[in-house]
Design a protein around this ligand. Sequence first.
Ligand code: NAP
Length: 284
Amino acid sequence: MTRILVTGATGSVGVHVVRALQARAATVRAFVRAPADLPGAEQAHGDFDDPASLRRALDGVDRVYLCAADGPDKVRHETAVIDAAARQGVERIVKLSALHADRASAVPAYRWHGDIEAHLRRSGVPAVLLRPAFFMTNLLMVAEGVTRTGTLYAPTAGRRVAMIDIRDVAAVAAATLLDEGHTGRAYDLTGPAAVTFTDVAAALATATGCPVRFADLTEDQARPRFEGAGLPAWLAAQLAGVFGIIRAGGFEHVSGHVEAITGRPGRDITGFARDVAASFAPAA
Ligand SMILES: NC(=O)c1ccc[n+]([C@@H]2O[C@H](COP(=O)([O-])OP(=O)(O)OC[C@H]3O[C@@H](n4cnc5c(N)ncnc54)[C@H](OP(=O)(O)O)[C@@H]3O)[C@@H](O)[C@H]2O)c1
């Protein structure tokens, strides 16, 4: 019986990875800092900064889903898991990385992912790299503002974004953890279509039944919004960097990997908007 350790199991993608694995009757152990609401999953309590807890969690584990939170500790946290997994002879790691992962990137998370990918290659543990594009769930960060103003603001220069539903990222993670033929591969993961933010606003308007317009900001108009939002400096730099890549057309490519790997088309923005409509609907 293959046992899979899911790190970041309470994270936005991780909870769906646990469910997707369970839907395929896999044996799941969730690495969690505190008791979590993950029915049916064995829970291994620990912390990426506690090597003994990682050793215990990896005992008897065959494969690992690797995901720590973004932030300055990310490289240390994920490389600790990789090193512990290598020592324990884990047979496969599926790492949640990102499109544009690059050790030389000016965008913090893309640089961290580049460093972790390089460490994973050096470790010799057979691995699969998942490099998703922009998550549709990022839109939830501005839900309150859209609800209040009826306007979606973003600096996109009218470019398209092949944004992806995190449930499809999780479905690909489960498939590449359980199925053969994926180790050594790196998959760019996108939604089924590249959409403009005008399309996103229209999808939200249809889903909520309320008007939503899109206001495309210039880089100069957007900068104070990112810098003045009370976010950590790395996150403000992350958002500015991601939208810089969007304006350069770096998220327009649509890859067919979600459908090829899971056997069904990825979720589109219309369905996503329907599923999150309550978050964007003005209070009655
Ligand atoms: N947003 C995008 O558009 C996008 C696109 C491509 C790739 N990505 C990548 O997706 C990843 C984020 O995935 P996600 O949203 O699932 O993550 P997330 O929601 O931020 O979850 C992070 C997880 O790490 C756990 N964690 C944090 N510190 C820990 C510690 N010291 N020890 C053990 N566990 C710890 C958290 O547990 P607790 O519940 O205890 O906090 C949580 O389960 C990032 O690497 C990001 O770069 C994002």
